[in-house]
Design a protein around this ligand. Structure first.
Ligand code: CA
Length: 371
């Protein structure tokens, strides 16, 4: 008998046994259901705190956290309940990382580039200037090895991270002066977190990191000259058009920023697989919903800004963008030379980007050119 036939015979034999075994298990379960109720699962109740970097009930970002809590409660039948706290309600916005790491709260929500001070490598899990877009980030994180590297990095801080939202391509930001040449960035104090901020500094500006709740006041009082935030829908809600004249595109510095939820690792690891799976599933849903919500509303609010608020919509000249791209490459060389974690993560990011860019040049790119 050929090897193929033997294998097939064994497979059929195993399948038949499996089917019989399955039937007997099913009948046992049916019986036990009748006599003893459903299969035994832990009914331990969990009451958790979720601390966020967003102001309380913030549109999209805070809303997504409220939804996350609701979905988890629904899926666990009330076994896990989560109280969501906006930045400043329980702890300052930018202290979520420490709070969850140390166990003062079980869950946090933010963007990994806020934690660059703890490890520069965190920034690559949000976005890289002139980097991957939202769908490419999801591909890298879910199916290209990104999540594993993120897990490894956050494990060092007793945290478990998940992608939980994406802004899509952002806007370049709000300015009170025109940007006609790269020299116009000289001396500019601009709110810009992450790797984009490092590029701004190469162009002669000063990057300031501030939580969302502080930006408006800082810009109004002249603590900063310019700010970037997200895109038209959210920027409108933030009211930046009331204090800045020019709204620039495109968001070269944030081309598809991934947002995150992260769990205290000891708490997460101690859960039964069913609950872990529910939390991961809720994060997937948050990831999809956030991007969909931004994309669904951005143009409506862009039109409002231009037509009702008389905002001057501008684009950076291509020479400015070319120069920013050069500075980005220099910045990436600096950071990967100095920090071995960044070098490891960027190696994976860059290889994945090159690969997907090649595919995109045959798919999205020619398609977009037809529109
Ligand atoms: Ca931004």
């Amino acid at each position: 008998m050929s090897k193929k036939k033997i294998n097939r015979k064994n497979f059929l034999k195993k399948s038949a046994l499996g089917a019989i075994a399955g039937m007997s298990i099913m009948s046992c379960q049916t019986e036990s259901k009748v006599h003893e109720g459903p299969a035994i699962v832990s009914q331990k109740k969990y009451k958790w705190k979720m601390v966020t970097t967003w102001p309380p009930n913030f549109p999209v970002l805070g809303e997504a956290c409220n939804y996350f809590a609701q979905w988890v409660e629904e899926m666990t039948g009330g076994q896990i309940t989560i109280n969501v706290y906006g930045g400043g309600e329980l702890i300052p916005a930018l202290e979520c990382f420490e709070a969850v790491s140390g166990g003062a709260a079980e869950i946090g929500s933010g963007a990994s580039y806020y934690w660059a001070g703890r490890s520069p490598a965190t920034q690559f899990f949000t976005t890289v200037p002139f980097g991957m877009n939202a769908q490419q980030m999801n591909s890298w994180l879910y199916c290209g090895g990104g999540q594993e590297l993120w897990n490894e990095l956050y494990a060092g801080y007793n945290l478990v991270p998940f992608p939980a939202g994406n802004t899509g391509v952002q806007m370049a930001g709000w300015f009170n002066r025109e940007i006609n040449a790269i020299e116009d960035f000289k001396g500019l104090k601009m709110r810009m977190p992450g790797l984009g901020g490092k590029v701004l500094e190469k162009a002669g500006g000063t990057a300031v990191l501030s939580a969302g709740s502080e930006i408006y006041t800082n810009l109004e009082r002249g603590v900063i000259d310019a700010t970037e935030w997200i895109g038209p829908y959210h920027d409108y809600k933030m009211g930046f058009h009331k204090i800045a004249k020019y709204y620039y595109a495109p968001g070269w510095h944030e081309t598809g920023s991934t947002l995150e939820v992260f769990f205290n690792k000891r708490v997460f690891d101690g859960l039964e697989p069913r609950l872990k799976s529910i939390l991961e599933t809720a994060a997937y849903r948050m990831n999809a919903w956030t991007l969909a919500e931004f994309e669904a509303r951005n143009n409506e609010y862009l039109q409002k800004l231009v037509k009702e608020e008389n905002v001057e919509l501008r684009q950076f000249p291509s020479e400015v963008l070319e120069k920013l791209k050069e500075f980005t490459n220099e910045m990436l060389e600096d950071i990967t030379a100095k920090d071995s974690s960044s070098a490891k993560v960027y190696k994976s990011y860059d290889a994945f980007r090159k690969n997907i860019k090649q595919w995109s040049s045959h798919s999205e790119k020619p398609y977009h050119n037809l529109l």
